[in-house]
Every structure is written in structure tokens, then in C-alpha cells.
Ligand binder design. Structure first.
Ligand code: ADP
Length: 548
């Protein structure tokens, strides 16, 4: 920065140059927490253990092999893989040489993956063998990809149009002593596309600095409150918005890291928590629901688990109580791919900490407060700034060093004239600074010129003891423009009539918010990141109305 007040050059501090690049995390873990473990569970249930010294070494070899394969600064290298120690080593190996890791979500439709791989211009893909059939469909349509490296072997050989082989073969004979980093901390490190629920997927390009700062902030007591004594279970996939930063935060403090692979059912997650003595775990509500139902059915507890962080979609209140009944503290969080991804965390602050638990509940159910480095505000349709009174609903805007300013390959900035990014979410902020999402702008139910919050209907009905998962959507209505209808899945072993839920809601939400219909589904459709797919629900709703 050169523009000082009196025009003179700024006086620079005399501290060391130490660019905030991501290799520093794994290097620190290797040097100071070398024996702490990264535990991977394989698709067949086997557990494999590596320590930070070994992962550092693995990542170094990957860097050497990538350089030999012609990958250089700024090249995009994709990963199509579940959470595993090899996936972690690949991230560090790729970004250590200034290339860019690009996480692909294997749950996306093939057409979306083809678009994303071509748009990112991925050169090489590190993939789990279980996704070889996806590669077979993808590669003929993605000519830029020159090579596949399997992080875990495919069950049976699959013929691909480019060379493929194991990670072991890829790194064999390559040097493990590369000098990582040595580039500007603003260099690109990682790439993740939004799921494209509205239009084409968009690439969010993280820098070393943005991931670095995000991880540092996330460790602190009023955010995720992580320490070296923790054993951290990252259920949130590495392809879902950076695994919420845990791949950096965990080596940064030398905690043990448990990576669960593809098996995320209740029994498998429970087994990992107990066997590995997990103290902290992160995941989306649908995963926790499966776990809690399994615990109920089997009469099990959660061992050493002390804290869970729940985000990605709104947490139902029953989840808070079901975890607390088992001695586990729940923290609700909100974020998005464009925010690295953490936006708010509901770690309680005074005066809410001083309230009795019952009075804290409405605050605990909100999405939380912005950690340092994130700022947020509410605006109306015309951009007028709205008050933080807990009542006024507005468009949520954010800014900070972990917030995207432009999507990859798009000329226009994604920001307004004052540098704010519009999240696409609708929210309130209360006088104590707790933000609550009331809807995604595209999911708001517009009835008679007023807005109905689908999340509030879902949250209220979720307190009904028979409800497993709830989703409200707006359907077209000749008089009111839209009216709410409610979809429910019931907890195992329960039956119910729609009227029970309307009656239950009568005392909990405004009368004109009551759903016009309640439908039961065996399963509510969820999208590629485990969130309710309201687009699909609208189609199902149309079909049901047609039948009725
Ligand atoms: P997408 O699902 O669009 O790929 P993200 O995974 O980045 O992208 O999702 C971000 C969106 O998820 C947010 O804008 C918000 O609508 C929703 N979301 C995330 N966390 C929560 C939460 N705790 N409560 C409600 N909505 C949430």
C-alpha cells in the first residue's frame, strides 16, 4: 500500500517475511505433533493409521511426482474422493507446489461434473477407486485431463481413455525433499464449485491466505474451540466447502484427525466415535439424524464425544436436545462455499451465557454470530441497511478475507459497490448479534404479498416427537400467489395423520402460515451436499397434486 496520509512512503515493520501458505500447517504438525494420528476408515471398514510425520512425507512425494508429471504453478488438479489420509496428503502435495486442488463432489450428476472439470481445466484427477465408473463416463468428455491417480484401488479394473495407476506407483522414485511454499500467500490454493441449484455451478477459488486465516480463526474458543487434546471426526466431506477448514485447523493444533471414508450410516459413525475416542465431530443434520436414530434403536451412548458442530442446513431443535441428553454440546453454524465456508457460529456469548438453559434455547437455535474477520449486515430490496432488532427480515450480506470477490472465469465481481457479497439468504440479526436464517431467497414462500419462512415452519414441526425430517415449500395458489405445503418423514416405528401436525403447529406459528397440505414421504430427497432438495420436492409436489 503506498497511499499514506502525507504522501510519504509507509514505514514498514521489521518482522520476518512469513507468507501465510498452507504448507505451514502440515510442516508444523510434522515438527511439533509428529506422532499424532490421522485415522482413515476404508470402504470395507478397515482402519488405517498414519501420523503427521508420515503424511508430510507422503505429501512431499506427491509434490515431486506432480512436478515430474508436468504439473506446475496454478495448474488445477482435481480430487474425486471421500475423506481419507491420501486425500489429505494430495491436498498438501498439490497446493505445496503452487498448484490448485479442485474438489469434485461425486454425488453430482455426470453432466455437472463434466462441466466443472472442463471449466476448471483440470489436468489430473486423484480419485478413489470406487468412483472409477464415474471417471469412465467423465473422461471421454473431458479431454484436458491427462492422467488418473487412484488414491484407493478400484474393486475391478475399469478401462479409461487416459493413463491410470495407483498412488504408490505415481510417487515411486520421486523426491521427498521439495521446498514448499516460496510463493505469494495470495496465490490460489483450492477450488470448489457451488452446487448450482440456481443456474450453472460457479467456481470459488480460495487463496493460501484465505484458507490460512479461516483455519486460524476456526480454532479459537468462541468459534470451534479446538485443541491438541481433541480427536476430531470430519464427517463433512472434503469436497463439501473445504471440509469446513478442518484439514488445516487440525494439523495446526496437532489434534488427531479421523477421516470416515464413504460409510456415513449411524452404525459406522457410532463405531468410529467409540473406537477412536472422538471428542469433536462436524457434519450436516441428515448425518446426525441417522446417528441419533441408530443410538435410540440400539440404546447406545456417545462415549467420549463432547461437542458436535452442525451446519450446512438448519438444525432441528430436537437434535439439540437429543445430543444434550447424551452429554454432547451442540453448536449450530452457518456458512457457504463462497465463505471458505464459515460465516457464523453459535458459540454463546454474554449475556446469553448467563441465562438459564431454557432461555438460551432460542439463541442456540439461531445460526450464530460472525467470528472475527467476518462482517455482515441486512439490507432490503433497495439496498437500504436494516436494523439488528431480531424482527426485521432482510437480505444477508457479508464481507471479509475469506469471502469470494469473483467466481472463476467470470469478469464481473460478485460484490456490490461497497464490497458486500449477497449470500442469497434471508435472515434476521438480534440485538445480541445472533443471526438467524429464515430462508434462502429462492425458497421464501410469498403468500398474499407477505413472506412465510419455510425454515420456521420446519423448525416448529420438528419438535413433534414423530417427526424425523421436515421440509416446507411454497406452491402456486390462484388467490395468495403461493401457499405452504409440508413434507414429513416420520421417525422409525411411527404412523400419523396430517391433521396431527396442523394441530401441533396451530399454537406455534401464525394461523396464515399453517400449511395447506401435509404429505408423508419415506425419504425426503437430499442433494449432493446432504441438504433437502426443494427443487425436487416441488416436482414431487406437482405429481402428488396431479394424483390427488
Ligand atoms: P450449495 O448448497 O449452494 O452448494 P453451500 O453448501 O455453500 O452451497 O450452501 C450454502 C447455503 O446453505 C447457505 O447459503 C444457506 O442457505 C444454507 N445453510 C448453510 N448452513 C445453514 C444453517 N445452519 N442453517 C440454514 N441454512 C444453512
Amino acid at each position: 500500500m503506498t497511499n499514506t496520509q502525507n504522501g510519504a512512503p509507509p514505514m514498514l515493520g521489521l518482522m520476518q517475511e512469513w507468507p501465510l501458505t498452507l504448507d505451514k500447517f502440515i510442516e508444523h504438525a510434522k515438527r511439533w505433533h509428529g506422532k499424532r494420528e490421522i485415522i482413515s476408515r476404508r470402504a470395507d471398514g478397515r482402519i488405517e493409521r498414519r501420523n503427521y510425520m508420515q503424511v508430510y512425507d507422503d505429501a512431499m512425494h506427491i509434490s515431486g511426482a506432480l512436478l515430474a508429471a508436468g504439473i506446475g504453478t496454478g495448474d488445477r488438479v482435481a480430487t474425486l474422493a471421500m475423506n481419507s489420509v491420501e486425500h489429505l496428503a494430495a491436498w498438501y502435495g498439490i497446493s505445496g507446489i503452487g498448484a490448485v486442488y479442485h474438489t469434485l463432489n461425486p454425488r453430482l450428476f455426470l453432466d455437472q461434473l463434466v462441466y466443472i472439470v472442463n471449466h476448471a481445466d483440470d489436468r489430473l484427477i486423484f480419485a478413489d477407486g470406487m468412483f472409477a465408473p464415474i471417471l469412465a463416463g467423465l473422461l471421454p468428455r473431458c479431454p484436458g485431463v491427462r492422467r488418473i491417480v487412484y488414491l484407493t484401488p478400484p474393486a475391478e479394473p475399469v478401462i479409461l481413455p487416459v493413463p491410470s495407476g495407483s498412488l504408490e506407483d505415481f510417487v515411486a522414485g520421486h523426491d521427498g525433499t521439495y521446498a514448499w511454499g516460496m510463493f505469494d500467500e495470495h496465490s490460489a490454493a483450492g477450488l470448489c464449485y457451488t452446487s448450482g441449484t440456481t443456474g450453472l455451478p460457479k467456481g470459488v477459488l480460495y487463496s493460501h491466505r484465505s484458507n490460512f486465516l479461516h483455519a486460524l480463526i476456526s480454532i479459537s474458543p468462541d468459534v470451534l474451540n479446538l485443541s491438541s487434546a481433541d480427536t476430531i471426526l470430519a464427517i463433512v466431506p472434503m469436497f463439501h466447502a473445504n471440509a469446513w477448514g478442518l484439514a488445516y485447523a487440525t494439523p495446526g493444533i496437532g489434534a488427531n484427525l479421523v477421516l470416515p471414508g464413504p460409510r456415513l450410516d449411524g452404525a459406522s459413525v457410532h463405531e468410529l466415535i467409540i473406537k477412536e475416542k472422538v471428542t469433536f465431530a462436524a457434519g450436516v443434520p441428515t448425518v446426525w439424524l441417522a446417528l441419533l436414530d441408530y443410538l435410540d434403536a440400539q440404546g447406545l451412548d456417545l462415549g467420549t464425544l463432547k461437542r458436535v458442530i452442525i451446519g450446512g442446513s438448519a438444525m432441528p431443535e430436537t437434535m439439540l436436545h437429543r445430543f444434550r441428553d447424551r452429554g454432547v454440546e451442540v453448536t449450530h453454524a452457518w456458512g457457504m462455499t463462497e465463505m471458505s465456508p464459515m460465516g457464523t457460529v453459535c458459540a454463546l456469548t454474554p449475556p446469553v451465557t448467563d441465562m438459564p438453559f431454557e432461555e438460551q434455547i432460542p439463541y442456540r437455535m439461531k445460526q450464530g454470530r460472525p467470528p472475527f474477520t467476518i462482517d455482515m449486515r441486512l439490507v432490503d430490496e433497495d439496498g437500504k441497511v436494516l436494523p439488528h432488532d431480531g424482527q426485521t427480515v432482510g437480505h444477508l450480506q457479508v464481507r471479509g478475507p475469506g469471502v469470494t470477490k469473483a467466481y472463476l472465469g467470470e469478469a464481473d465481481h460478485a460484490l456490490d459497490a461497497e464490497g458486500w457479497f449477497d449470500t442469497g439468504d434471508i435472515a434476521t440479526i438480534c440485538p445480541y448479534g445472533y443471526m438467524q436464517i429464515t430462508d434462502r431467497a429462492k425458497d421464501v414462500i410469498k403468500s398474499g404479498g407477505e413472506w412465510i419462512s419455510s425454515l420456521e415452519i420446519e423448525s416448529a414441526v420438528s419438535m413433534h416427537p414423530k417427526v424425523a425430517l421436515a421440509a416446507a415449500i411454497g406452491v402456486p395458489h390462484p388467490k395468495w400467489a403461493e401457499r405452504p405445503v409440508l413434507f414429513l418423514t416420520l421417525r422409525p416405528g411411527h404412523e400419523a395423520e396430517p391433521e396431527e401436525f396442523i394441530e401441533f403447529l396451530t399454537t406455534r406459528i401464525a394461523k396464515w402460515w399453517l400449511p395447506d397440505a401435509v404429505y408423508f414421504l419415506d425419504e425426503i430427497p437430499v442433494g449432493a451436499t446432504g441438504k433437502v432438495d426443494k427443487k425436487k420436492l416441488r416436482v414431487i409436489c406437482g405429481e402428488m397434486a396431479g394424483v390427488a
